[in-house]
Design a protein around this ligand. Sequence first.
Ligand SMILES: Nc1ncnc2c1ncn2[C@@H]1O[C@H](COP(=O)(O)OP(=O)(O)OP(=O)(O)O)[C@@H](O)[C@H]1O
Length: 246
Amino acid sequence: MIEVRDVGVRFGGVRALSDVGLAVPRGQTCGVIGPNGAGKTTLFDVVTGLRRPTTGTVLLDGRDVTGLSAVRRSRMGLRRTFQRPQVFGRLTVLDNVLTALEWRGGGGGLAADLVGWRGRRRVERERRDRARAVLDRCGIVDLAGSYAADLPIGRRRMVELARALADDPAVLLLDEPTSGLDEEQAALFASVVASLDATVLLVEHDVGFVMAACERVVVLDLGKVIADGPPDRVREDPVVRAAYLG
Ligand SMILES: Nc1ncnc2c1ncn2[C@@H]1O[C@H](COP(=O)(O)OP(=O)(O)OP(=O)(O)O)[C@@H](O)[C@H]1O
């Protein structure tokens, strides 16, 4: 579960966020939309831990994480993707996903490598199987041996998603996930996200995608939440229409 309570962020005289409250329960996919400058990126940064709010509190699964770094939050099971997909270009697609599975250890380390420990080989095999299963789910298992740097942006985005999903994240934050995806890839992306148990918060300019992929939509305007509800209701909301049409 993600919760932000009374969050405010100021940049000098600019109030990027004012008294923002939002609780996304476990397993829900919540989209955040809003006109340029509405505060979407700032909210995202506050949840991931890249920015400390000026006021208010951020909780992950009920624990106050306002003072915790992004790294500490990632150890609690928070994963994120970036507007410009972050992948290891010089690694293969399979190795990109394997790196996401290595950090917990459990393979016995260097000593196990030196003596060819059998347990190590079993852990390796299980990780490879798991990585391939995630790639399959993301529609890129045929690219397992390709170098990530050689892929077009839409495919790199799927590699980044596969990495984020590799160890079953509790919380997933997606920053502009459809940019660079064609319609078919965006539909696949939406169906993968819909199949997750994780709590998902996504920030996106493509309002159509958000309305189709999210069970709940939050609209920000000038740093405030102006609407929050199921896509159908938000779409018809006169306040939202006014904010978008100016
Ligand atoms: N580092 C910063 N320093 C000063 N002002 C900032 C900074 N980051 C954001 N702002 C301001 O805070 C407000 C919210 O910006 P933010 O980037 O969160 O909006 P956004 O909804 O993500 O916009 P966009 O859709 O254009 O990416 C804007 O007025 C912006 O100019």
